[in-house]
Design a binder for this molecule. Sequence first.
Ligand code: CA
Length: 229
Amino acid sequence: MASILVVEDDDAIREALRRALVERGHAVATAATGLAGLEHVLGQAPQAVLLDLGLPDVDGLTLIGMIRAASEVPIIVITAQDDDPTMVKALDGGADDYVVKPFGTTQVEARVRAVLRRGGDRSQAPEPIRVGELVVDEGTRTATLAGRRLELARREFDLLLALAQRGGQVMTKREILAEVWHQPYGGGDRTVDVHLSWLRRKLGETAAEPRYLVSVRGVGVRLVDPDAG
Ligand code: CA
């Protein structure tokens, strides 16, 4: 559970986000204007901010700069359309991630969890995660198996990291799509399967004889230490 601030002038969207996040156990504050949001960030130091870029009083990109001048709080921006130049500016300006309207609240919650996992303190790199002889280092975005560096494409690394962060728990394909591809909806099962098979090959295993990547039929996949128990 985390303290989250939602800055959104659209009453319906703000309320839907608030309700969805509260349902997931978060403590949620809301603001309908940029300045009210900024005041909350400065006064209450929330752990994450969901920020609509189209606000009535302050330009969203300006607001990101104002928040960043005072705080390292993770910011997820919300934008009305898939506006790449604005997104790039927002990310360059210090936003951590983004969602495009219309979005599902499950997707938003997954993004919030992801930025919280990455943590608000950018100066401190996360500890590498060890699973058997596999080491996944988020800070350097590298993975090694028995000390040998794995040549992973970006998505392959993201997928491996997401699974490593689950600590042996099963991830469903839908969760993988949400966290790695930022796509909680729309049939991307095949995409996940293809990347899993590439990852398996690089880990020196096959679906028929898995070691680290164990599929759970009809559910998903988990990353395990093949030599444990
Ligand atoms: Ca708006």
